[in-house]
Write a protein that binds this ligand. Structure first.
Ligand code: SAH
Length: 465
């Protein structure tokens, strides 16, 4: 019965429930409660005068204290009320019917006036990646005076079959992201609150930087701290795998010394493009870095990885601490994640991504694509990845298995080429493909490589460059 939602929310549909909040009153009631459909309403009445009364800080904008949108617009007041009134539901607990909390339900949530200065596009960018069907309608400033035009408020409806706690946590975090004010002081504790509440979905959300920044009210040091923690949380997956199954990929690929053929092919592609300042993203233990470092063709080399451990190994492989200052300057190791836009990666001649993309969930690949092809955007980008068709040629690889247990996917040649062409179209690159290693007539080469370049703009007719 749909009315079972009352158990989850710990609010009996037969009654009206009121809760006092420091800034007003929250009322929960059920406009509809039938077997097939049940609607629960949360009404938050804010007392704008009460908010100002007794406040010592004499803010000059007195009128603004009394005439504002706080009683009408969904804001941090609503989020705090949701959390207070539906505490156990938000944390996924249901004493009477625990299985309900773990059951995806056909849910629909409507927020009657949600501010969104970024327009409908921004609303969709926030909610669609979380799997919601989004219906939104921009509200007029005043329906009686259509000539006054539109307001920045939307009536938003979200539909999805999901756990109630997930819906509540999405609303809890994203409502204040859309509003420009927060009614309480944002401090360090807010970072932890955000990371706890959004744990299951924020790291893979394509708008995570914006969400974090706006949730933390644009406070730079808090935003950086939160993003840094999100990056840290990605590390264990790969590092642990590596400890459990060290070098499995190398063992499998060893017979054909694929690793060195691959690195040689990448160095040749970088040199072929005349690159002098090069990024190696997901540099791992620094094998490519060591080759680039020795090569006089390159002036400046930067390796970046999300794993501290890999960077330590790279550091000792390159014997960085023993180098004279002048040589030392040629190379730099950065800790960072490819899923976050990073200003440090801008302005290089070329970027290498060697056997990295297959370590990311396909759902997160679009974040990497933007970081590398839209923001860092070097004119030459070289990407390598296994060709899964070749796996049948590895005697010590069980059929249907990946070459490394941390690989999230391994693509055939046509899958890789389709991906690369899509990237090319979206970000204005041309992709050329090269086989690496023995090019088997049937299954192709063991490694596939795409070399992305940006075509020179065609000069306008009649203009001499
Ligand atoms: N390019 C190296 C390492 C490949 S293994 C080589 O060819 O030897 C994949 C590497 O990608 C690992 O070092 C892993 O830590 C790194 N990696 C995985 N996810 C990452 C992310 N989100 N950001 C940066 N590096 C990442």
């Amino acid at each position: 019965p749909a009315t079972d939602i009352g158990f989850l929310l710990r609010k009996n549909p037969e009654n009206v429930h009121t809760t006092e909040l420091s800034y007003g009153i929250a009322t929960v009631f059920y406009p509809e409660a039938t077997y097939n459909s049940c609607t629960v309403a949360l009404l938050v009445e804010i007392d704008p005068v009460g908010l100002v009364r007794g406040r010592r800080d004499s803010v000059p904008d007195l009128l603004g204290h009394y005439v504002n949108d706080r009683p009408y617009a969904a804001s941090s007041f609503l989020s705090v009320a949701l959390n207070k009134v539906f505490t156990s539901a938000m944390s996924g607990q249901c004493k009477q019917k625990p299985e309900l909390a773990e059951t995806p339900l056909k849910l629909e949530a409507t927020i009657s006036a949600l501010p969104c200065r970024g327009g409908e596009g921004f609303l969709r960018k926030l909610f669609q990646p979380l799997g919601y069907e989004v219906v939104c309608e921009r509200l007029p400033l005043d329906p009686k005076f259509p000539e006054w035009g539109e307001s920045p408020y939307f009536r938003l409806t979200l539909l999805k079959e999901c756990l109630l706690k997930d819906l509540l946590s999405h609303l809890y975090v994203l409502i204040p992201v859309l509003d420009k004010d927060k009614h309480y002081w944002v401090n360090k504790a807010e970072v932890d609150k955000l990371l706890t509440k959004a744990k299951g979905w924020l790291p893979s959300h394509p708008e995570k930087e914006t969400i974090v920044r706006r949730y933390l009210m644009n406070q730079r040091n808090l935003t950086e701290a939160a993003l840094e923690k999100l990056v840290e949380e990605e590390i264990p997956a790969f590092a642990e795998q590596e400890e459990q199954a060290p070098l499995q990929e190398e063992v499998i690929e060893k017979k054909i010394s694929l690793n060195s053929q691959r690195l040689d092919a990448v160095v040749a592609a970088l040199k072929g493009g005349g690159a002098k300042r090069v990024l190696d993203l997901g540099c791992g233990e620094g094998r490519l870095l060591a080759l680039l470092f020795k090569d006089k063709a390159f002036d400046e080399i930067v390796g970046m990885d999300v794993s501290h451990r890999a960077l330590e190994i790279a550091h000792s492989r390159l014997k960085l601490e023993r180098l004279p200052e002048r040589r030392r300057k040629k190379i730099q190791l950065l800790h960072g994640s490819l899923l976050y836009r990073d200003k440090r990666l801008e302005g290089y001649d070329a970027t290498a991504l060697v056997e990295v993309i297959e370590h990311l969930d396909e759902a997160r690949l679009s974040a990497l694509e933007r970081v590398v092809f839209e923001f860092a955007r070097s004119p030459l980008i070289v990407v390598t990845t296994p060709n899964s068709e070749y796996n049948v040629r590895f005697e010590n690889l069980k059929p249907g298995h990946f070459r490394h247990s941390d690989h999230r996917f391994e693509w055939t040649r046509s899958q890789f080429q389709a991906w690369a062409s899509g990237i090319g179209k979206r970000f204005g690159y041309e992709a050329a493909f090269q086989p690496v290693g023995d090019n088997d007539p049937e299954v192709g080469p063991p490694t596939q490589m795409a070399v992305f370049t940006r075509p020179e703009p065609v000069p306008a007719a009649g203009v001499t460059p």
